[in-house]
Design a protein around this ligand. Structure first.
Ligand code: GLV
Ligand code: MN
Ligand code: MN
Length: 404
């Protein structure tokens, strides 16, 4: 708990939140603090070419059982998103060390660069590169929402490390995270045994029209990007309602240019975040949005260009790891349920290279990406103890290679 509160002091914002956007000075300060804790525990710390940091307790034989998450936040983040998974990993190692319970394999804790994707797209960028899903070169060329180059920003904060990517596949990966949704609390359940992550589609949409005088331009003669952006926002809401659960659509960002009271906008740049646990339904949603954009172009006499920022298919976690989490939670007498994750996580990338699953603990009122994000201390502790048990068991498990 002390580490969670101390890390939350770095980049603290009003009402108890954190702003540590990836590769900013506050991200650097957070990284330095967590690395100092890794070193206090005697971990071997490596930094790779995109700034992913892995602290390994070199003990036992073979590839490590890995846990971890991220310590970057959105600009209006809370204390727990990502941070819990990293700091609980340190706590697992410290507890095993102090109790003299040496595992038969190394134990590693990672924090991956730019999980949030709030400053650089795509989200989960660091873990994606770690598993070989994106090249280091492409990652370093990524441009932030404030026009900065990923590679330069990484060097600037001193985390352009020497270790090549992709990184070595762990024996297994398990990530503890707050749910960030309302389900566990609403159902009075302590543990989510996360069986997968929904698919994510992120697009930047730019609408260009005719900027003009707000008083003199007849309504019938306008080509107004602000109006078109509003139509798109309403369409997405209605599309999600029509397709029903679990389809979700969000417009999180709209920028108007020149953004003045008496000027019909020249341009609107907006983001579209579309998610579904079912790939076919996600594609259907994407297609229906494309068709609607074509219709708007014709109706409103604007041009619309699209840029894909992220696209990840839904991910199923490894049934053996999900089952193990369930079993360990049962042994601890905890209430639990299988559930998909609505948010993206580094675990969904690690699932490409090793047996992986996640543990969720409840989020009060389901609030996240908000300073008010809160999980009760007892749930953080119970989740961390479950993580400990699961990691101990994973160290002792052997996973048959499934031939493809
Ligand atoms: C990452 O936090 C996401 O947007 O799911
Ligand atoms: Mn997170
Ligand atoms: Mn997040």
């Amino acid at each position: 708990m002390k580490r969670i509160l101390d890390l939350a002091e770095v980049g603290a914002i009003p009402h108890g939140g954190c702003a540590r956007l990836a590769l900013t000075d506050d991200d650097r300060a957070g990284r330095d603090l967590v690395v100092s804790w890794m070193k206090e525990l005697g971990l071997e710390v490596t930094i790779d070419k995109v700034g992913n940091v892995v602290g390994t307790w070199q003990i036992g034989e073979g590839s490590p059982v890995m846990t971890g998450s991220h310590i970057d936040t959105v600009r209006t983040g809370g204390k727990y998103d990502g941070n819990l998974g990293v700091l609980a990993g340190l706590e697992v190692i410290q507890t095993l060390q102090e109790s003299g319970n040496a595992p038969s394999r190394p134990i590693a804790v990672a924090f991956f660069t730019n999980e949030e994707g709030a400053r650089f797209a795509p989200d989960m960028l660091g873990s994606l590169v770690y598993v070989g899903g994106m090249s280091v070169e492409a990652a370093l060329e990524t441009v932030s929402i404030d026009g900065k180059n990923f590679g330069e920003e990484l060097r600037e904060i001193g985390y352009a490390g020497p270790v090549p990517c992709p990184g070595p596949a762990p024996h297994a990966f398990v990530e503890l995270h707050i749910e960030q949704g309302p389900v566990l609390e609403a159902e009075g359940i302590t543990i989510g045994c996360v069986d997968g992550v929904q698919g994510i589609s992120w697009t930047e949409v730019e609408i260009s029209g005719q900027s003009n005088h707000a008083g003199t331009t007849p309504m019938s003669m306008r080509h107004d990007p602000a109006y078109v952006a509003a139509r798109i926002t309403v369409f997405l809401r209605e599309l999600a309602a029509e397709m029903g659960h679990p389809q979700v659509c969000t417009v999180g960002k709209i920028d108007l240019h020149p953004n003045l009271i008496n000027v019909v906008a020249a341009r609107a740049t907006m983001t579209v975040d579309v998610r579904n646990t079912d790939e076919a339904l996600l594609r259907e949603a994407e297609q229906r949005i494309d068709t609607f954009l074509d219709r708007l172009k014709a109706e409103e006499g604007v041009t619309i260009s699209k840029r894909k920022l992220a696209r990840f298919e839904p991910v199923q976690f490894d049934p053996r790891v999900i089952e193990l989490i369930d079993e360990c939670a049962a042994d601890m007498g905890l209430t639990r349920k299988r559930m998909p994750s609505g948010a993206g996580h580094d675990a969904q990338m690690l699932a490409r290279v090793c047996p992986t699953a996640m543990i969720f603990v409840p989020s009060v009122r389901g609030i996240s990406h908000n300073p008010a994000e809160f999980t009760a201390e007892e749930d953080l502790i119970v989740g961390s103890n479950l993580l400990l048990r699961v990691m101990q068991r994973l160290a002792a498990m052997s996973f048959e290679k499934v031939s493809s």
